[in-house]
Design a protein around this ligand. Structure first.
Ligand code: NDP
Ligand code: MG
Length: 334
């Protein structure tokens, strides 16, 4: 592999010995980092609102959630696991003013550091351990004795110990058991945004909706359309994740595989690729980050409108009814 990949043997949890780690936010990532590090013998404190569901969970898990400033003032490593849009104001109000010189600030996604919406002082380390999986998997794999692969980066190394501390953190959450890929805040942040916008979330949602619309507008029953453009995705994704496109194509019928080559490039054509390249350029030059932060400043006005508009899309209505017929999917209604 072109990228440097590190394991437990390439670092030591000892770099966190005698240090205090503050986990700010006890959500998806926060609860996993806090518990995994504690189980790895690290001294961990948590900051979260005590009355919220996450706050109550932290208390149930034996932590004593405290205000952000109090946690930061005691900590040698501060993990910011708040939603990205919330981080700059919490940093300005309570993290920045309480940072100990020589402390390390840790991010699980490079967004705010890379786009400079948080600019830590020169006397702290700025590091990242970004698990390539949701927090509940980071926790459950660790409990099973495994771990989720992580990306590791050191953006600022004031102490000269930035890498050692980041590696100890990655080992402590279980990442070193699976593989820790060394990268930069820039690469992690830009590829993450590109992937979620063009393929994983944006691309896929539009593909499903448009496929559904074409079939139903042509008079086909919505139930059939749902099965064909949404439900069966799971089958295909599982094959791809386990064995790549080759395994998916090996498993499907020749009719389907022929159609894959025959039609796929007509949908995702050279123009679509050009638009994807434009999306990447907008991410790289900060246009996307500006749009996201600008809308957040207006109370996420545009964002909420889009969410509302898609919430009752016909594919969602029929999907809800069909999923209820398949209890083994453990259907969730949101
Ligand atoms: P969540 O939304 O799951 O958790 C957010 C936490 O922040 C909650 O504990 C919440 O507390 C607290 N919080 C929210 N708003 C505020 C506020 N205004 N003031 C104080 N506390 C607040 O976040 P994620 O774990 O999803 O994301 C955290 C970071 O991890 C982000 O940088 C994200 O990009 C990154 N990341 C996330 C992944 C994921 O799978 N979710 C994967 C890899 C990285 P309360 O319950 O009190 O509201
Ligand atoms: Mg992402």
């Amino acid at each position: 592999m072109a990228i440097e990949t590190l394991y437990d043997k390439d670092g030591s949890i000892n770099a966190l010995q005698g240090k205090t780690v503050a986990v700010i936010g006890y959500g998806s990532q926060g609860h996993a980092h806090a518990q995994n590090l504690r189980d790895s013998g690290v001294s961990v404190i948590v900051s979260n609102r005590r009355e919220s569901a996450n706050g109550k969970l932290a208390i149930e898990h034996g932590f004593d959630p405290m205000p952000v400033g109090d946690a930061v003032a005691q900590a040698d490593l501060i993990l910011i696991t708040l939603p990205d849009e919330v981080q700059p104001s919490v940093y300005a109000d309570a993290i920045g003013p309480n940072l100990k010189p020589g402390a390390a600030m840790g991010a699980t996604h490079g967004f705010n550091i890379h786009f400079k919406t948080i600019t830590p002082p020169d006397n702290v380390d700025v590091i990242m351990v970004a698990p390539k999986g949701p927090g509940h998997t980071v926790r459950s794999e660790f409990e099973r004795g495994g771990g989720v692969p992580c990306l590791l980066a050191v953006e600022q190394d004031a102490s000269g110990q930035g890498f050692d501390v980041a590696m100890a953190w990655a080992i402590g959450v279980g990442g070193g058991r699976a593989g820790v890929l060394r990268t930069t805040f820039k690469d992690e942040c830009e590829t993450d945004l590109f992937g979620e916008q063009t393929v994983l979330c944006g691309g896929l949602s539009e593909l499903i909706k448009t496929g559904f619309e074409v079939l139903t507008e042509a008079g086909y029953p919505p139930e059939l359309a749902y099965f064909e453009v949404c439900h069966e995705l799971q089958l295909i994704i599982n094959l791809i994740v386990r064995g790549g496109l080759n395994y998916m194509r090996y498993s499907i019928s020749n009719t389907a595989e022929f159609g894959d080559y025959y039609t796929g490039p007509k949908i995702i054509d050279a123009e679509a690729k050009k638009r994807m390249q434009q999306v990447l350029a907008d991410i790289q030059d900060g246009k996307y980050a500006e749009a996201f932060r600008g809308d957040y400043a207006k109370g996420f006005e545009w964002f909420k409108k889009q969410r509302e508009a898609d919430h009752n899309h016909p594919v969602e209505q029929v999907g809800k009814e069909l999923r209820a017929m398949m209890p083994w999917l453990k259907p969730v209604v949101v």
